[in-house]
Design a protein around this ligand. Structure first.
Ligand code: F0G
Length: 398
């Protein structure tokens, strides 16, 4: 038997998985998908299965032939000995989410979310985005044959991400405002027009994204670790927590890893709340950071994100743009791994927490590098390495 239904995180009201709601109709709070199954996978039963998120089908919704997939998930987990020594931890692994089909972890959630859009008979889908969500939704909705509408903050989206939304044929609206304002418009237009909303407030997105935790467990073979995650809306950190908690609930693992959220210091309402121990969040009106993917001041999933951090015994930290740039340079030159700035913030955050003694030198960390470096090939990221121009003839020394 397998049953997936919705439960409000505030009042506990339960709803069928077939109704189209993004928040609790009774109290307005966020919704969790509850997965109730008799049987779950084990290491043995996973052998030979498809190398995508769908290898973990027991804990995902069933879409049969209606599944919209591009082979998302099953990304490499790379061990980094040199970087581990520099940062000061015993072991350090990087999860290369930039190798997903559209270059970010969003594809995991969009495979489930767009499949759900087809199932409920939606004709169009909509999202607000700092870039990656729109790139992913544009691709998956094109594959599904759905109209796609995306709203992005004007001038604050990396060039590669905007290019992706356009090439897949999405209708792109550039909002004269920030992400938080674009999201308000998307939510309102969704309820007015019936376009299916695919921001991470949609709990089915989280279902796809939780699979990264299944992979970390399967690839690493243990979960007595710190998982370090860049945080914007807090959708992903809550998805990662949900994945590990489901493994724990079904007896696959004994412990949920410590979840560490990292934010940019110009857009850090979650880190501020965790560090201060406050019981409610203070939203930031004018978030600013070079890591535009996480330039978010009003994280829509903040309650789930805080729950994930606190329940896992983790913490959150904010790092400056300079620290993020330095972390990317380090990653790229020492380990040959590059990623988006948001992903590099995890290395900066880890360094900070090791320096503060919050993470010990004998511990293991897995950093989730959420997006591909080629999304944002801007000059300022490589200002430290300017190419030398030479003549085409008579070159004597290089
Ligand atoms: N890293 C990258 C590369 C992202 O694109 C995002 C979010 C995050 C981390 C943070 O994840 O919001 O779930 O906490 N990008 C969204 C977007 C907001 O529109 O692409 P989160």
């Amino acid at each position: 038997m397998k049953r997936l239904f919705l439960r409000c995180i505030g009042c506990g009201a339960e709803y069928s998985g077939d109704v189209v709601i993004y928040r609790c109709p009774r109290c307005g709070d966020l919704l969790d998908v509850v997965v109730d199954v008799d049987e779950v996978f084990c290491r043995e039963s996973l052998k030979g299965r498809v190398e995508s998120i769908w290898r973990y089908a027991e804990l995902l919704p069933d879409f049969g032939d209606g599944v919209v997939t591009l082979g998302e998930g099953f990304t490499p987990l790379v061990k980094c000995e040199k970087l581990a020594r520099i940062v000061g931890v015993r072991e350090l692994f990087l999860k290369l989410e930039g190798l997903n089909p559209t270059g970010s972890f969003k594809d995991r959630g969009m495979s489930v979310g767009v499949s759900m859009a087809l199932r409920i008979g939606a004709r169009s889908v909509i999202c607000a985005s700092t870039g990656n969500t729109s790139a992913s939704l544009a691709a998956y909705s094109a594959r599904a044959g759905l109209e796609c509408i995306v709203l992005i903050p004007e001038g604050k989206v990396a060039v590669g991400k905007l290019f992706q939304a356009r090439i897949h044929g999405a209708k792109v609206y550039q909002v004269r405002g920030n992400f938080d304002e674009a999201l308000s418009i998307a939510i309102e237009r969704s309820s007015e027009t019936g376009a299916y909303l695919l921001n991470s407030v949609n709990p089915w997105r989280i279902e796809g994204q939780k699979t990264v935790s299944f992979e970390v467990w399967e690839q690493l073979g243990r979960t007595d670790i710190n998982v370090v995650v860049p945080v914007g809306n807090s959708g992903n950190i809550s998805a990662i927590c949900k994945g590990f908690k489901e493994l724990e609930m079904y007896g696959v693992i004994d412990d949920v890893p410590r979840l560490i959220g990292v934010q940019a210091s110009g857009a850090a309402p979650i880190a501020e709340m965790v560090r201060s121990g406050a019981s409610s969040i203070r939203f930031w009106d004018s978030p600013e950071t070079i890591a535009t993917a996480i330039r978010i001041g009003k994280p829509v999933n903040w309650k789930k994100g805080i729950r994930a951090i606190r329940e896992s015994g983790g913490t959150a930290v904010s790092v400056s743009d300079e620290e993020i740039l330095e972390a990317l340079r380090l990653l790229a030159t020492v380990e040959g791994v590059a990623c988006e700035l948001a992903g590099a913030s995890t290395i900066a955050g880890l360094r900070r927490l090791v320096d503060e003694g919050v993470i010990g030198g004998d511990e293991t960390a897995v950093c989730i590098l959420t997006g591909n470096v080629l999304k944002d090939p801007s000059e300022q990221l490589v200002a430290w390495n300017v190419p030398t121009v030479i003549e085409a003839e008579g070159v004597k020394s290089i």
